[in-house]
Unconditional design. Structure first.
Length: 191
């Protein structure tokens, strides 16, 4: 009985991820925030316009974050050629000091930087009084619109099917973007 219940919960969590198609989500424009990096060069999010983005906000002290970043590293490797870019953002207080050793230990396949609490809350569009759970995963379309966002307490990020759910959402975002671009190209220009 427990196995059946667990299987139903896993399917329900995956269904939640699949049901939340990018076009069905309330959307907002991604704020232009410079993500700081240990080498002081920074990551300018505007540089990635024209690509689908997955932003993962994490703590260098979070075990669940390591797991999520491992999955997103695989996704970056598999989907990068299709125009998808993953960017990691350390958001804990010691991230400016801990990020580089953390990066060397876990070898993510994508750029990483860090933000302070104020900029992090602006990026995820949460009130200043909020203390969100990490990891936070944001799916952003080519125009810079946040289509889907999950905080670490969401069942999608807690499920054993997390990698499948993240891949399904990335596929959906890429597919939606492809259909959107094709539909736009099919509309004749006004003369």
């Amino acid at each position: 009985m427990f196995r059946i219940f667990s299987a139903v919960l896993a399917c329900a969590s995956l269904s939640i991820a699949l049901a939340q198609q990018p076009q069905a989500q309330p959307s907002r424009l991604l704020p232009n925030i410079l993500i700081k990096t240990p080498d002081a060069k920074g990551i300018n999010l505007r540089k990635y316009r024209g690509k689908e983005l997955i932003l993962v906000l994490f703590s260098t002290e979070c075990g669940d974050c390591v797991t999520t970043i491992g999955y997103l590293s695989k996704i970056q490797t598999d989907y990068g050629a299709r125009g998808l870019q993953v960017i990691g953002v350390g958001v804990n207080r010691n991230a400016p000091y801990a990020l580089e050793p953390w990066r060397q230990r876990y070898h993510p396949t994508f750029p990483m930087g860090f933000l302070d609490q104020e900029d992090m809350l602006k990026l995820v569009a949460l009130p200043q009084s909020t203390v969100p759970y990490v990891p936070i995963v944001m799916f952003v379309d080519r125009a810079g619109t946040v289509r889907v966002q999950y905080t670490g307490d969401n069942p999608v990020l807690k499920d054993k099917q997390q990698e499948k759910a993240l891949r399904a959402i990335a596929d959906s975002l890429l597919k939606w973007q492809g259909q959107h671009v094709a539909a736009k190209a099919a509309v004749p220009a006004k003369q």
